[in-house]
Design a protein around this ligand. Structure first.
Ligand code: GLU
Length: 489
Protein backbone atom coordinates (compact mmCIF):
# COMPACT_ATOMS: atom_id res chain seq x y z
CA UNK A 1 0.00 0.00 0.00
CA UNK A 2 1.46 3.36 -0.93
CA UNK A 3 -0.83 5.68 0.96
CA UNK A 4 -0.14 5.98 4.66
CA UNK A 5 -2.73 4.09 6.68
CA UNK A 6 -4.47 6.35 9.19
CA UNK A 7 -6.94 4.90 11.67
CA UNK A 8 -8.53 6.27 14.78
CA UNK A 9 -10.58 5.46 17.79
CA UNK A 10 -13.13 8.00 18.79
CA UNK A 11 -14.42 7.20 22.25
CA UNK A 12 -16.99 9.36 23.97
CA UNK A 13 -16.04 10.21 27.55
CA UNK A 14 -19.53 9.48 28.77
CA UNK A 15 -19.05 6.06 30.31
CA UNK A 16 -16.35 3.65 31.23
CA UNK A 17 -13.73 2.46 28.84
CA UNK A 18 -14.74 -1.17 28.74
CA UNK A 19 -13.67 -4.35 27.00
CA UNK A 20 -15.44 -3.50 23.73
CA UNK A 21 -13.74 -0.11 23.45
CA UNK A 22 -10.42 -1.66 24.38
CA UNK A 23 -10.75 -4.29 21.66
CA UNK A 24 -11.62 -1.61 19.09
CA UNK A 25 -8.56 0.32 20.21
CA UNK A 26 -6.35 -2.74 19.98
CA UNK A 27 -7.47 -3.70 16.48
CA UNK A 28 -6.93 -0.16 15.24
CA UNK A 29 -3.53 -0.11 16.90
CA UNK A 30 -2.50 -3.49 15.44
CA UNK A 31 -3.70 -2.51 12.00
CA UNK A 32 -1.81 0.78 12.11
CA UNK A 33 1.40 -0.81 13.40
CA UNK A 34 1.18 -3.67 10.90
CA UNK A 35 1.09 -1.16 8.06
CA UNK A 36 3.46 1.36 9.61
CA UNK A 37 0.56 3.76 9.69
CA UNK A 38 -0.80 6.15 12.28
CA UNK A 39 -3.13 5.46 15.18
CA UNK A 40 -5.11 8.50 16.24
CA UNK A 41 -7.12 9.18 19.36
CA UNK A 42 -10.02 11.58 19.10
CA UNK A 43 -12.30 12.37 21.99
CA UNK A 44 -15.94 12.69 20.95
CA UNK A 45 -17.18 14.94 23.69
CA UNK A 46 -19.93 16.85 21.94
CA UNK A 47 -22.50 15.69 24.44
CA UNK A 48 -21.58 18.35 26.92
CA UNK A 49 -23.91 17.21 29.66
CA UNK A 50 -22.70 13.62 29.66
CA UNK A 51 -19.00 14.08 28.91
CA UNK A 52 -16.46 14.70 31.60
CA UNK A 53 -12.76 15.37 31.92
CA UNK A 54 -12.61 12.58 34.46
CA UNK A 55 -13.84 10.07 31.92
CA UNK A 56 -11.33 11.35 29.38
CA UNK A 57 -8.66 10.65 31.98
CA UNK A 58 -10.00 7.11 32.33
CA UNK A 59 -9.68 6.61 28.57
CA UNK A 60 -6.08 7.86 28.52
CA UNK A 61 -5.13 5.82 31.59
CA UNK A 62 -6.72 2.70 30.14
CA UNK A 63 -4.89 3.04 26.83
CA UNK A 64 -1.62 3.78 28.59
CA UNK A 65 -2.00 0.78 30.85
CA UNK A 66 -2.78 -1.45 27.88
CA UNK A 67 0.29 -0.07 26.14
CA UNK A 68 -1.70 1.11 23.12
CA UNK A 69 0.18 4.29 22.47
CA UNK A 70 -1.47 6.64 20.03
CA UNK A 71 0.46 8.78 17.56
CA UNK A 72 -1.79 11.82 17.54
CA UNK A 73 -4.36 13.01 20.01
CA UNK A 74 -4.65 14.31 23.56
CA UNK A 75 -1.30 14.76 25.28
CA UNK A 76 0.47 13.98 22.01
CA UNK A 77 -0.74 16.69 19.66
CA UNK A 78 -0.51 16.28 15.92
CA UNK A 79 -1.08 18.10 12.67
CA UNK A 80 -4.81 17.61 12.55
CA UNK A 81 -5.95 18.80 15.97
CA UNK A 82 -7.61 19.80 18.11
CA UNK A 83 -8.46 16.21 18.98
CA UNK A 84 -11.36 17.07 21.27
CA UNK A 85 -14.56 17.55 19.31
CA UNK A 86 -15.76 20.13 21.82
CA UNK A 87 -12.95 22.37 20.55
CA UNK A 88 -13.92 22.01 16.89
CA UNK A 89 -17.34 23.64 16.86
CA UNK A 90 -16.34 26.33 14.36
CA UNK A 91 -15.13 23.71 11.93
CA UNK A 92 -18.46 21.88 12.04
CA UNK A 93 -20.36 25.14 11.59
CA UNK A 94 -18.31 25.99 8.51
CA UNK A 95 -19.12 22.66 6.97
CA UNK A 96 -22.76 22.97 7.92
CA UNK A 97 -22.91 26.32 6.15
CA UNK A 98 -21.57 24.73 3.00
CA UNK A 99 -24.43 22.26 3.01
CA UNK A 100 -27.01 24.98 3.61
CA UNK A 101 -25.62 26.99 0.71
CA UNK A 102 -26.02 24.00 -1.55
CA UNK A 103 -29.53 23.27 -0.29
CA UNK A 104 -28.33 20.02 1.16
CA UNK A 105 -29.33 20.94 4.68
CA UNK A 106 -32.21 22.90 6.12
CA UNK A 107 -33.46 24.25 9.44
CA UNK A 108 -36.19 22.27 11.06
CA UNK A 109 -38.65 24.19 13.22
CA UNK A 110 -40.75 21.24 14.27
CA UNK A 111 -41.20 20.76 17.96
CA UNK A 112 -40.31 17.48 19.61
CA UNK A 113 -44.01 16.91 20.39
CA UNK A 114 -45.00 17.35 16.75
CA UNK A 115 -42.37 14.91 15.64
CA UNK A 116 -43.38 12.33 18.24
CA UNK A 117 -47.03 12.69 17.31
CA UNK A 118 -46.38 12.17 13.63
CA UNK A 119 -44.18 9.19 14.36
CA UNK A 120 -46.88 7.61 16.51
CA UNK A 121 -49.56 8.13 13.86
CA UNK A 122 -47.57 6.37 11.19
CA UNK A 123 -46.52 3.68 13.60
CA UNK A 124 -50.15 2.97 14.46
CA UNK A 125 -50.98 2.65 10.79
CA UNK A 126 -47.95 0.37 10.44
CA UNK A 127 -46.56 2.68 7.79
CA UNK A 128 -42.94 3.46 7.17
CA UNK A 129 -42.20 6.98 8.24
CA UNK A 130 -39.04 9.00 8.15
CA UNK A 131 -39.03 12.54 9.33
CA UNK A 132 -38.70 15.06 6.48
CA UNK A 133 -39.87 18.61 6.79
CA UNK A 134 -37.87 20.44 4.17
CA UNK A 135 -40.86 22.25 2.64
CA UNK A 136 -43.31 21.87 5.43
CA UNK A 137 -43.62 25.41 6.68
CA UNK A 138 -44.22 28.69 4.85
CA UNK A 139 -41.82 31.58 5.47
CA UNK A 140 -44.54 33.18 7.53
CA UNK A 141 -44.99 30.13 9.74
CA UNK A 142 -41.25 29.88 10.23
CA UNK A 143 -41.17 33.49 11.35
CA UNK A 144 -43.96 32.84 13.75
CA UNK A 145 -42.10 29.91 15.23
CA UNK A 146 -38.88 31.89 15.47
CA UNK A 147 -40.73 34.59 17.37
CA UNK A 148 -42.24 31.98 19.61
CA UNK A 149 -38.70 31.07 20.61
CA UNK A 150 -38.37 27.73 18.83
CA UNK A 151 -34.70 27.09 18.20
CA UNK A 152 -34.25 25.03 15.05
CA UNK A 153 -32.04 22.03 14.44
CA UNK A 154 -30.22 21.60 11.17
CA UNK A 155 -31.23 18.55 9.20
CA UNK A 156 -29.53 16.90 6.29
CA UNK A 157 -31.70 16.68 3.18
CA UNK A 158 -31.32 13.01 2.41
CA UNK A 159 -31.33 12.33 -1.37
CA UNK A 160 -34.53 10.46 -2.12
CA UNK A 161 -34.80 6.91 -3.36
CA UNK A 162 -31.16 6.20 -3.58
CA UNK A 163 -29.54 2.89 -2.84
CA UNK A 164 -26.47 3.22 -0.69
CA UNK A 165 -24.13 0.32 -0.87
CA UNK A 166 -20.73 -0.30 0.62
CA UNK A 167 -18.52 -3.29 1.14
CA UNK A 168 -17.62 -3.79 4.75
CA UNK A 169 -14.28 -5.55 5.07
CA UNK A 170 -15.69 -7.93 7.65
CA UNK A 171 -19.38 -8.20 6.80
CA UNK A 172 -19.37 -7.86 3.02
CA UNK A 173 -21.93 -5.85 1.07
CA UNK A 174 -24.27 -3.68 3.13
CA UNK A 175 -27.14 -1.90 1.41
CA UNK A 176 -29.66 0.62 2.52
CA UNK A 177 -32.26 2.60 0.65
CA UNK A 178 -32.56 6.25 1.56
CA UNK A 179 -36.34 5.76 1.77
CA UNK A 180 -35.49 4.28 5.16
CA UNK A 181 -33.34 7.16 6.33
CA UNK A 182 -34.88 10.25 7.84
CA UNK A 183 -33.55 13.73 7.23
CA UNK A 184 -31.29 13.31 10.21
CA UNK A 185 -30.14 16.15 12.41
CA UNK A 186 -26.57 17.32 11.85
CA UNK A 187 -26.49 20.33 14.16
CA UNK A 188 -28.63 20.12 17.26
CA UNK A 189 -30.64 23.06 18.56
CA UNK A 190 -27.95 23.60 21.20
CA UNK A 191 -25.52 24.33 18.38
CA UNK A 192 -23.51 21.14 18.78
CA UNK A 193 -23.00 18.72 15.90
CA UNK A 194 -24.44 15.23 16.04
CA UNK A 195 -22.18 12.20 16.14
CA UNK A 196 -22.65 11.31 12.45
CA UNK A 197 -21.84 14.80 11.25
CA UNK A 198 -18.84 15.51 13.45
CA UNK A 199 -17.47 12.05 12.82
CA UNK A 200 -17.49 12.47 9.05
CA UNK A 201 -15.95 15.94 9.09
CA UNK A 202 -13.23 14.80 11.47
CA UNK A 203 -12.49 11.54 9.74
CA UNK A 204 -12.11 13.51 6.52
CA UNK A 205 -9.98 16.30 7.99
CA UNK A 206 -7.85 13.87 9.96
CA UNK A 207 -7.30 11.89 6.76
CA UNK A 208 -8.65 8.66 8.19
CA UNK A 209 -8.74 6.04 5.46
CA UNK A 210 -9.93 3.02 7.46
CA UNK A 211 -12.74 3.20 9.97
CA UNK A 212 -12.59 0.21 12.30
CA UNK A 213 -15.31 0.28 14.95
CA UNK A 214 -17.99 -1.76 16.66
CA UNK A 215 -20.81 -3.26 14.63
CA UNK A 216 -23.32 -1.21 16.63
CA UNK A 217 -22.30 1.63 14.33
CA UNK A 218 -22.98 -0.18 11.06
CA UNK A 219 -26.42 1.44 10.84
CA UNK A 220 -24.74 4.85 10.98
CA UNK A 221 -22.45 4.14 8.08
CA UNK A 222 -24.99 4.73 5.27
CA UNK A 223 -25.78 8.13 6.77
CA UNK A 224 -22.11 8.94 6.97
CA UNK A 225 -21.61 7.86 3.36
CA UNK A 226 -24.39 10.26 2.33
CA UNK A 227 -22.49 13.06 4.03
CA UNK A 228 -19.18 12.13 2.38
CA UNK A 229 -20.99 12.17 -0.96
CA UNK A 230 -22.65 15.49 -0.25
CA UNK A 231 -19.24 17.05 0.38
CA UNK A 232 -17.57 15.18 -2.43
CA UNK A 233 -15.16 13.70 0.05
CA UNK A 234 -13.53 10.31 -0.43
CA UNK A 235 -15.14 7.59 1.68
CA UNK A 236 -12.87 5.59 3.97
CA UNK A 237 -12.96 1.80 4.03
CA UNK A 238 -15.13 0.35 6.80
CA UNK A 239 -14.65 -2.63 9.06
CA UNK A 240 -17.26 -3.22 11.74
CA UNK A 241 -16.12 -5.47 14.55
CA UNK A 242 -18.42 -8.23 15.81
CA UNK A 243 -20.37 -7.92 19.03
CA UNK A 244 -18.85 -9.47 22.13
CA UNK A 245 -21.31 -11.71 23.96
CA UNK A 246 -21.10 -13.78 27.12
CA UNK A 247 -20.92 -17.57 26.95
CA UNK A 248 -24.68 -17.59 27.46
CA UNK A 249 -24.96 -15.64 24.18
CA UNK A 250 -26.29 -12.68 26.11
CA UNK A 251 -25.00 -9.16 26.31
CA UNK A 252 -22.07 -8.82 28.66
CA UNK A 253 -23.14 -8.18 32.18
CA UNK A 254 -21.36 -5.97 34.66
CA UNK A 255 -19.99 -9.04 36.39
CA UNK A 256 -18.73 -10.60 33.21
CA UNK A 257 -16.78 -8.46 30.86
CA UNK A 258 -18.71 -5.23 30.96
CA UNK A 259 -16.15 -3.97 33.43
CA UNK A 260 -13.96 -0.97 32.93
CA UNK A 261 -10.45 -1.76 31.72
CA UNK A 262 -9.03 -0.21 34.88
CA UNK A 263 -10.93 -2.74 36.97
CA UNK A 264 -8.94 -5.48 35.25
CA UNK A 265 -5.79 -3.66 36.19
CA UNK A 266 -6.93 -3.35 39.80
CA UNK A 267 -7.81 -7.05 39.97
CA UNK A 268 -4.32 -7.96 38.92
CA UNK A 269 -4.58 -8.88 35.28
CA UNK A 270 -1.37 -8.27 33.39
CA UNK A 271 -1.95 -5.86 30.54
CA UNK A 272 -0.11 -8.15 28.12
CA UNK A 273 -2.44 -11.01 29.01
CA UNK A 274 -5.52 -8.86 28.61
CA UNK A 275 -4.26 -7.56 25.27
CA UNK A 276 -3.64 -11.12 24.10
CA UNK A 277 -7.15 -12.07 25.21
CA UNK A 278 -8.72 -9.05 23.49
CA UNK A 279 -6.88 -9.82 20.28
CA UNK A 280 -8.64 -13.17 20.11
CA UNK A 281 -12.11 -11.68 20.60
CA UNK A 282 -13.04 -11.85 16.96
CA UNK A 283 -9.68 -12.28 15.30
CA UNK A 284 -7.38 -15.24 15.00
CA UNK A 285 -4.20 -15.57 13.00
CA UNK A 286 -5.22 -19.06 11.84
CA UNK A 287 -3.64 -22.31 12.99
CA UNK A 288 -3.35 -22.98 16.70
CA UNK A 289 -1.38 -19.94 17.65
CA UNK A 290 -3.08 -18.25 20.58
CA UNK A 291 -0.39 -16.94 22.84
CA UNK A 292 1.27 -14.07 21.07
CA UNK A 293 3.54 -11.23 21.96
CA UNK A 294 2.57 -7.78 20.77
CA UNK A 295 5.17 -7.90 18.02
CA UNK A 296 3.80 -11.19 16.82
CA UNK A 297 0.26 -9.80 16.81
CA UNK A 298 1.38 -6.77 14.86
CA UNK A 299 3.10 -9.05 12.38
CA UNK A 300 0.10 -11.33 11.87
CA UNK A 301 -2.84 -8.95 12.15
CA UNK A 302 -5.21 -8.50 9.25
CA UNK A 303 -8.79 -7.27 9.03
CA UNK A 304 -9.62 -10.07 6.63
CA UNK A 305 -9.14 -12.62 9.37
CA UNK A 306 -11.77 -11.07 11.64
CA UNK A 307 -14.77 -13.32 12.01
CA UNK A 308 -18.12 -11.60 11.43
CA UNK A 309 -19.83 -13.94 13.91
CA UNK A 310 -20.32 -12.81 17.48
CA UNK A 311 -17.22 -13.10 19.62
CA UNK A 312 -17.56 -14.95 22.90
CA UNK A 313 -16.14 -13.57 26.11
CA UNK A 314 -14.81 -16.50 28.07
CA UNK A 315 -13.79 -15.47 31.58
CA UNK A 316 -12.13 -18.81 32.30
CA UNK A 317 -9.95 -18.39 29.25
CA UNK A 318 -8.91 -14.93 30.36
CA UNK A 319 -7.95 -16.28 33.77
CA UNK A 320 -6.06 -19.12 32.19
CA UNK A 321 -4.18 -16.72 29.93
CA UNK A 322 -3.41 -14.39 32.79
CA UNK A 323 -2.07 -17.25 34.87
CA UNK A 324 0.03 -18.34 31.92
CA UNK A 325 1.45 -14.85 31.59
CA UNK A 326 2.13 -14.65 35.31
CA UNK A 327 4.04 -17.91 35.23
CA UNK A 328 5.78 -17.78 31.88
CA UNK A 329 5.75 -14.37 30.39
CA UNK A 330 7.23 -12.09 32.99
CA UNK A 331 10.55 -12.54 34.67
CA UNK A 332 10.83 -13.07 38.39
CA UNK A 333 11.83 -9.52 39.16
CA UNK A 334 8.95 -7.96 37.28
CA UNK A 335 6.55 -10.44 38.79
CA UNK A 336 7.60 -9.49 42.32
CA UNK A 337 7.48 -5.82 41.50
CA UNK A 338 4.00 -6.07 39.96
CA UNK A 339 2.76 -8.12 42.88
CA UNK A 340 3.90 -5.73 45.60
CA UNK A 341 0.90 -3.37 45.60
CA UNK A 342 -1.41 -6.37 45.79
CA UNK A 343 0.57 -7.75 48.69
CA UNK A 344 0.17 -4.50 50.57
CA UNK A 345 -3.50 -4.21 49.79
CA UNK A 346 -4.15 -7.55 51.50
CA UNK A 347 -3.83 -5.54 54.68
CA UNK A 348 -1.47 -8.10 56.20
CA UNK A 349 1.79 -6.71 54.90
CA UNK A 350 3.23 -3.24 55.36
CA UNK A 351 5.97 -1.71 53.25
CA UNK A 352 8.17 -1.61 56.32
CA UNK A 353 7.50 -5.24 57.16
CA UNK A 354 8.21 -6.22 53.60
CA UNK A 355 11.51 -4.41 53.53
CA UNK A 356 12.66 -6.10 56.71
CA UNK A 357 11.94 -9.61 55.48
CA UNK A 358 12.12 -9.15 51.73
CA UNK A 359 13.74 -12.48 50.99
CA UNK A 360 11.12 -14.39 52.95
CA UNK A 361 8.21 -12.48 51.37
CA UNK A 362 9.66 -13.08 47.94
CA UNK A 363 9.86 -16.79 48.60
CA UNK A 364 6.20 -16.84 49.64
CA UNK A 365 5.22 -14.90 46.52
CA UNK A 366 7.19 -17.20 44.26
CA UNK A 367 5.65 -20.24 45.90
CA UNK A 368 2.20 -18.78 45.26
CA UNK A 369 3.04 -17.67 41.73
CA UNK A 370 1.74 -20.69 39.80
CA UNK A 371 -1.54 -20.51 41.69
CA UNK A 372 -2.37 -16.89 40.94
CA UNK A 373 -5.06 -16.38 38.34
CA UNK A 374 -4.93 -12.69 39.11
CA UNK A 375 -2.38 -10.91 41.25
CA UNK A 376 -5.09 -10.11 43.76
CA UNK A 377 -5.18 -13.83 44.57
CA UNK A 378 -2.11 -13.29 46.72
CA UNK A 379 -4.63 -12.49 49.46
CA UNK A 380 -5.27 -16.24 49.57
CA UNK A 381 -1.80 -16.62 51.06
CA UNK A 382 -2.89 -14.81 54.22
CA UNK A 383 -1.97 -17.75 56.46
CA UNK A 384 1.67 -16.96 55.74
CA UNK A 385 1.30 -13.44 57.04
CA UNK A 386 -1.01 -13.74 60.01
CA UNK A 387 -2.32 -16.24 62.54
CA UNK A 388 -5.61 -14.46 62.50
CA UNK A 389 -7.34 -16.19 59.59
CA UNK A 390 -10.62 -18.06 59.33
CA UNK A 391 -10.67 -21.83 58.97
CA UNK A 392 -12.94 -22.91 56.13
CA UNK A 393 -15.97 -24.65 57.59
CA UNK A 394 -16.19 -27.20 54.79
CA UNK A 395 -12.54 -28.16 55.18
CA UNK A 396 -12.87 -28.58 58.91
CA UNK A 397 -15.93 -30.76 58.42
CA UNK A 398 -13.92 -33.10 56.25
CA UNK A 399 -10.71 -33.23 58.25
CA UNK A 400 -11.41 -32.44 61.86
CA UNK A 401 -12.44 -35.87 63.13
CA UNK A 402 -11.10 -38.47 65.55
CA UNK A 403 -9.09 -40.33 62.96
CA UNK A 404 -7.33 -37.31 61.46
CA UNK A 405 -6.78 -35.64 64.81
CA UNK A 406 -5.09 -38.66 66.23
CA UNK A 407 -2.85 -39.03 63.17
CA UNK A 408 -1.82 -35.40 63.20
CA UNK A 409 -1.27 -35.42 66.94
CA UNK A 410 1.10 -38.31 66.59
CA UNK A 411 2.92 -36.76 63.68
CA UNK A 412 3.25 -33.49 65.59
CA UNK A 413 5.63 -35.27 67.95
CA UNK A 414 7.81 -36.10 65.00
CA UNK A 415 7.69 -32.53 63.79
CA UNK A 416 8.89 -31.32 67.15
CA UNK A 417 11.99 -33.42 66.77
CA UNK A 418 12.99 -32.01 63.39
CA UNK A 419 16.04 -29.83 63.86
CA UNK A 420 16.30 -28.31 60.44
CA UNK A 421 12.69 -27.50 59.56
CA UNK A 422 13.27 -27.63 55.83
CA UNK A 423 10.72 -28.84 53.27
CA UNK A 424 12.70 -31.89 52.31
CA UNK A 425 13.18 -33.02 55.92
CA UNK A 426 9.51 -32.53 56.71
CA UNK A 427 8.58 -34.50 53.65
CA UNK A 428 10.97 -37.32 54.46
CA UNK A 429 9.61 -37.64 57.97
CA UNK A 430 6.05 -37.56 56.80
CA UNK A 431 6.57 -40.24 54.20
CA UNK A 432 8.40 -42.44 56.68
CA UNK A 433 5.66 -41.97 59.21
CA UNK A 434 2.96 -42.89 56.70
CA UNK A 435 4.69 -45.94 55.34
CA UNK A 436 5.21 -47.14 58.89
CA UNK A 437 1.55 -46.73 59.56
CA UNK A 438 0.71 -48.24 56.19
CA UNK A 439 -1.43 -45.30 55.19
CA UNK A 440 -1.34 -43.15 52.10
CA UNK A 441 0.56 -39.87 52.55
CA UNK A 442 -2.48 -37.85 51.57
CA UNK A 443 -4.40 -39.15 54.59
CA UNK A 444 -2.04 -37.08 56.69
CA UNK A 445 -1.22 -34.32 54.23
CA UNK A 446 -4.82 -33.16 53.85
CA UNK A 447 -5.68 -32.68 57.52
CA UNK A 448 -2.24 -31.30 58.23
CA UNK A 449 -2.71 -28.62 55.58
CA UNK A 450 -6.12 -27.68 56.90
CA UNK A 451 -4.90 -27.43 60.50
CA UNK A 452 -2.00 -25.20 59.49
CA UNK A 453 -3.54 -23.06 56.75
CA UNK A 454 -7.30 -23.27 57.27
CA UNK A 455 -7.91 -24.44 53.72
CA UNK A 456 -7.60 -27.56 51.57
CA UNK A 457 -5.93 -25.87 48.65
CA UNK A 458 -2.58 -24.22 48.43
CA UNK A 459 0.96 -24.64 47.20
CA UNK A 460 3.20 -27.56 48.16
CA UNK A 461 2.59 -28.33 51.84
CA UNK A 462 6.21 -28.94 52.81
CA UNK A 463 7.44 -25.65 51.37
CA UNK A 464 4.48 -23.96 52.97
CA UNK A 465 5.37 -25.40 56.36
CA UNK A 466 8.99 -24.45 56.00
CA UNK A 467 8.06 -20.86 55.28
CA UNK A 468 5.51 -20.64 58.08
CA UNK A 469 8.12 -22.07 60.42
CA UNK A 470 8.27 -24.87 62.96
CA UNK A 471 6.98 -22.97 65.93
CA UNK A 472 3.91 -21.58 64.21
CA UNK A 473 3.05 -24.87 62.53
CA UNK A 474 3.15 -26.72 65.81
CA UNK A 475 1.22 -24.02 67.59
CA UNK A 476 -1.55 -24.01 64.99
CA UNK A 477 -1.81 -27.79 65.07
CA UNK A 478 -1.95 -27.83 68.88
CA UNK A 479 -4.54 -25.08 69.06
CA UNK A 480 -6.92 -26.69 66.64
CA UNK A 481 -6.56 -30.10 68.25
CA UNK A 482 -7.12 -28.64 71.71
CA UNK A 483 -10.26 -26.90 70.52
CA UNK A 484 -11.52 -30.14 69.00
CA UNK A 485 -10.86 -32.13 72.14
CA UNK A 486 -12.36 -29.50 74.38
CA UNK A 487 -15.51 -29.53 72.26
CA UNK A 488 -15.76 -33.29 72.47
CA UNK A 489 -15.13 -33.67 76.16
N1 GLU B 1 -18.03 8.13 19.71
C1 GLU B 1 -18.39 6.92 19.06
C2 GLU B 1 -18.40 5.82 20.12
O1 GLU B 1 -17.84 6.00 21.18
C3 GLU B 1 -17.40 6.62 17.96
C4 GLU B 1 -17.84 5.66 16.95
C5 GLU B 1 -16.90 5.62 15.77
O2 GLU B 1 -15.84 5.04 15.94
O3 GLU B 1 -17.25 6.14 14.71
O4 GLU B 1 -18.99 4.79 19.93
Amino acid sequence: MNKEIRVRIAPSPTGFFHIGSARTALYNYLFARHHNGKFILRIEDTDLTRSSRGMTRVILDSLNWLGLDWDEGPEKGGEYGPYFQSERKEIYNDYARKLIEQNKAYWCYCTQEEIEKERAEFFNKKMNWQHRCREKFSAEEINKRKNAGIVPALRFAVPLEKLISFTDIIHGIVEKNTTDIEDFVIIKSDGMPTYNFACVIDDFLMKINYVIRGVEHIANTPKQILLYDAFNMPTPAFAHLPVILGKDKKKLSKRLGARSVLEYRDEGYLSDALVNFLALLGWSPGGDEEIMSRDRMVELFSLERINPANAVYDEAKLEWLNNHYIINRIDQERFLENLKPFLFSTGYVTEEGYKNKKEWFDRVCLLMRPRLKVLKDIAKAKYFFTDDFEYETESLKKYLNDKSVSLVREFKNKLEEIKDFAAKNIEEDLRDFCSHKQIKAKELIHPLRVYITGTEVGPGLFETMELIGKEKCIKRISTIIEKYEYRNE
